[in-house]
Design a protein around this ligand. Sequence first.
Ligand SMILES: NC(=O)c1ccc[n+]([C@@H]2O[C@H](COP(=O)([O-])OP(=O)(O)OC[C@H]3O[C@@H](n4cnc5c(N)ncnc54)[C@H](O)[C@@H]3O)[C@@H](O)[C@H]2O)c1
Length: 347
Amino acid sequence: MSQAFAHEEVVVRRGSRSGLPLIVAIHSRTLGPAVGGCRLRRYDTWQDGLADALRLSEAMTYKAAVAGLDFGGGKTVIALGKDTELTADLRRAALEDLGELIASLQGSYRTGPDIGTGPDDMVVLRRFSPYAHCAPVEHGGTGDSGGPTATGVLAALHAGARHVFGDASCTGRTVVVSGFGSVGSGVAAGLAADGAHVVVSDVDPLRKKAASASGYRWVEPGHALSAPADIFVPAAVGGVLSKATVPRLAAPLVVGPANNQLTEESVADALAEHGVVWIPDYVASAGGIVYALSRESEHYGHEAAQKRVEGIGATVSHILDLARSNGVTPQRAARQIAEARLVSAAS
Ligand SMILES: NC(=O)c1ccc[n+]([C@@H]2O[C@H](COP(=O)([O-])OP(=O)(O)OC[C@H]3O[C@@H](n4cnc5c(N)ncnc54)[C@H](O)[C@@H]3O)[C@@H](O)[C@H]2O)c1
């Protein structure tokens, strides 16, 4: 994150019902209302939660800009203390506090689920305003975003495969999917349908059972990165790609939904030097937000929203072409595309 204070607005409020620190960071509304999920988790200090909200809201600006959305970047953090017990009553009180805060922003910021919150929590927020996306379908939302996110990852993956292997199809290719959760399982199913050899990894032993029931091969998490493969899909936690882990990577193409895959920006250069094409995570993982905003805010039907999600493939091809012709990493090319949109909208 840059040193200058780049955010348009940051609200930090002690919830009147919950007593918890609520942070809504709005990085940019240059392209439209700010969007970004609501993170409810423990932090050592509330200031750590503030730092997270500042960093994540900036990333949302770039995610929305590259995805071609007319929305800006924001993020909510509800910061739990190290020893705070999150009872059902405290959770509801915090969500009611947040619902009131979001309503006061009058649509200039919209939220959705993130770590620690889910579609049911959006129902509580929607009692105060319509600006909470991905509530369950029976409550007027589009529900869990894992499916559309997986569709976007698959579109990005096929575009990456065309660039690296000269063929978008994954038939006969070996793909390691690290993290067999909501998005990873959808990506694995799409790849299997395309005739790929799918290898799955997860820290949860129950997921191992589910993976073998689906007929996938298994690799232990400690060996996922170095397992021989054509494509590696990070679909678990952030921070998997560092200067220390990049030399162990066996696959020449890395594309997946996990947020903040690089431990630091310069790892993008290390990946390129190691001969790996890395599709920036915020480009590959945009399917969920593209689908939810298209359906819930822009009133697209399912088919049209799905097509827009599949458009992530064309975005990735554009990024990779630009990277190749300008001799820069895909990370830098994606950033250039986002900045061009932001500069043109601001002028
Ligand atoms: N769900 C979405 O719409 C969405 C959108 C954008 C980005 N993402 C990101 O994509 C990633 C996956 O999201 P999800 O919704 O599928 O989450 P999830 O919680 O459903 O699944 C994550 C899986 O990863 C496993 N896991 C955790 N640590 C691991 C490790 N070290 N090695 C291997 N497996 C590990 C977990 O056991 C779990 O099964 C997350 O980083 C998330 O932030 C998700």
